[in-house]
Design a protein around this ligand. Sequence first.
Ligand code: HEM
Length: 374
Amino acid sequence: MGTPDSRRFLPENGETRAENSRPRVLQPAAGSWPAEAGVHYFRPVREDEICRMIAKVSGLVNLSDVAMSLASNLICRVAFGRRYDEDEFEKMSGWLDKVSGLLGRLRKNCKELDVFYEQLIDEHLDPARQKPAGRQDIIDLMIQLKDQNASSLDLSWDHIKALLMNLFVAGTDTVAAAVVWAMTGLMLNPAVMKKAQTEIRQFIGEKGQVDDDDIRNLPYLKAVVLETLRLYPPAPLLFRTQILDEDCVLDGYKIKPGTSVIINGWAIGRDPETWQDPEEFQPERFMTSNGGVVDVSAKTGEFEMIPFGGGRRGCPGMGMGLISAELALANLLYSFDWALPAAAPGSNVIDTDALPGLTTHKKNPLLLVATTPT
Ligand code: HEM
């Protein structure tokens, strides 16, 4: 499929009709969301969770678990306004596996999730509830939109639960997978790892932690994340329905109205007609001649790679997903040197096998040894 032609799925003026468009539920009316809302509103939450993650890392580490726990706590605090302890987290990641995995077991899990979201909403409706650090979360926002009738949709509690579920599933797995695949790519390419660590350590010096503001001064790190998303997109398959009234011709193929189409983002990111040496992990391809990093929207806008999808159905969490993955990776690289475990036979090989599922996770957990740099 010729990539630029994929745009035919969007009408010429960029507007889409009902089926492919997302109701603007999360677009609040003026004044209904804190003025500084957006990715940076949750900066303290992000930095606190990264601190907790770094404190837990020592010796032999299962990075797949570490990344999942970070991503899950991030989304729980941003969306639900609270953290969960290890036992509660185990249960939630079980739900996640099942929701994003086999559909057969969905019904039972949906019931449990329904109760879970109901309790969360009740907590938020309690007038005595103290907001953590006085900060609103996404449930507060949704309740406000419902109360004020400020959404384009007549929001019901079921809508709110469904949106929370969407956020939890879409925002947890993807960030965790991105961090794990980035570390996998770096372990397979030690020269790239060294270059990224040198950039971060030279810039941060003795400060002790990389924060949100530092990230914009770390172009090579950003390029590493983009290269990871090109080669290992966490959500590689996009689903669309042909919504035009007449046939649409793509690359010589006639596609009838109503046809469901699955777009293979993984193959687009590795297309040799677009990418030189597509199978190589080369963050340099995202660096500009003056040492900056290309704007991700330049690549995703032209459909050269689509790790966040595109158009009106594109990922609404792109900003938060990117900064979360960048910050986690930057701190892991700043705080530790990484090596393969030597002891267990067979454990000193890194593979890139992936599990089947909507989100592409590494099949075998990423086990690494972390040491503090001298
Ligand atoms: C590196 C991290 C992330 C990646 C790679 C990613 C990728 C994607 C992709 C490919 C889609 C489908 C887009 C399309 O069909 O055009 C999507 C949808 C979505 N994403 Fe993300 N995402 C990430 C992080 C997040 C985060 C942090 C959140 C929430 C805070 C989030 C919330 C959503 C939601 C709500 C949808 C829409 C789901 C739907 O339409 O049902 N994502 N994401």
